[in-house]
Design a protein around this ligand. Structure first.
Ligand code: IMP
Ligand code: ZN
Length: 349
């Protein structure tokens, strides 16, 4: 099967984790030539071919390095355009890109989001095959005020609030280092996600990524926010698993094979990945995602190839899997219709 030609939906990709080392290197070269950075070359800090970052090594890549490089409009536009281009070239037809709004020394968080929306709109005008929508991320390490400001930005730039051409914010995510706020302290954010739902934003949550973020109290709290999608879903207990099964018509699981295997979040390599277990649960929907293709190095076409190889899926099963996410996108009914046309009518399996 040609996994690149297969039209695909990507629902779990973090913007700055999706930037290739080569693109980071180009941005670094420009800054270095202008005397604007003392950072080491990205190709030395994140060497080509290295993908085995565990979670302890992973999060500082952003806070200590990548964010220090993406500080101005030109570098953010450059990086975002390169990310969109690589998803397009990989056969992705609908992308929900998520990012944590952050101020830089040169830009406010609102300006950062504005730059992304205008870059996405411009790219879509030139490349109408790929439709991209934005999800804003609340980081578990945020305090309440910071999380509330992410929600405000999301509401302002969502369909109701933003006069954009194509791009807009369609959802709110909870992400960030899963070892932060263990033991149910995540309920701090309950009012934020309740308001997001009231504002018609889609809700997607990083769920049970590690044992420390899988306490009964935390998982109950997260499910009480009525998310439409759950990311990772690795360490849930039996009762929570049954609850997910009960909610199978309202929930889709965003599963990320390479990220989980390379980061050592699952045991037994690809064959041991919980994708296999969830696949056997009748009716539970799954959408494959790359999470951070810039770090873990596996584009979405390769995630489908890995699923086919390690879980023995034939072409018909792969096509069915690719289509499962359609009903769970946050981009609205017109977009779902477009995806059904592309993925059912134009592409025969
Ligand atoms: P950004 O939000 O576009 O800057 O993307 C990078 C950020 O996404 C990181 O700083 C993390 O907070 C978050 N992130 C990326 N991958 C993961 C993951 O696997 N689990 C939780 N958070 C993640
Ligand atoms: Zn993620």
């Amino acid at each position: 099967m040609d996994f690149i030609a297969l039209p695909k939906i990507e629902l779990h990709a973090h913007l700055t984790g999706s930037i290739s080392r080569q693109t980071l290197h180009e941005i670094w070269l420009t800054k270095k030539a202008a005397g604007q950075t003392d950072l080491e070359d990205p190709l030395a800090v994140i060497p080509e071919g290295k993908h085995d970052y565990n979670l302890v090594a992973f999060f500082p890549l952003f806070s200590k390095y990548i964010y220090a490089l993406l500080t101005d409009e030109a570098s953010i536009r450059h990086a975002t355009t390169a990310v969109l281009q690589s998803f397009l070239q990989d056969g992705v037809v609908y992308l929900e890109l998520r990012t944590t709004p952050r101020p830089t020394p040169l830009l406010s968080a609102a300006q950062y989001v504005d730059i992304l929306l205008s870059t996405i709109s411009g790219f879509e005008e030139q490349n109408p095959r790929l439709h991209t929508r934005l999800i804003l991320s609340v980081d578990r390490r945020h305090d309440y005020e910071m999380a509330a400001s992410v929600l405000d930005l999301a509401v302002e730039t969502s369909e109701g609030g933003y006069a954009a051409r194509h791009a807009m914010v369609v959802g709110l995510d909870l992400c960030g280092d899963p070892s932060a706020r263990p033991s149910g302290e995540i309920s701090l954010f309950t009012p934020i996600f309740e308001k997001a739902r009231a504002a018609n934003l889609g809700i997607t949550l990083h769920f049970a990524e590690i044992q420390a973020s899988a306490s009964k109290a935390e998982l109950e709290t997260l499910l009480s926010w009525r998310p439409r999608r759950l990311g990772h879903v690795i360490w849930e207990d039996e009762e929570t698993k049954k609850e997910i099964e009960r909610r199978k018509d309202e929930l889709c699981l965003e599963l990320c094979l390479s990220c989980n295997v390379h980061a050592g979040m699952v045991e037994g390599g690809f064959e041991g990945h919980h994708f296999g277990g969830w696949r056997r649960v009748e009716g539970v929907k799954v959408s494959l995602g790359t999470d951070d293709v810039g770090i873990f190095g596996s584009p979405l076409s390769n995630e489908y190839r890995l699923a086919a190889q390690h879980f023995h899926l034939d072409n018909r099963q792969i096509c069915a899997l690719a289509r499962e996410g359609i009903d769970f996108i946050f981009g609205g009914e017109v977009e779902k219709e477009r995806l059904r046309r592309i993925m059912w009518d134009e592409h025969s399996c």
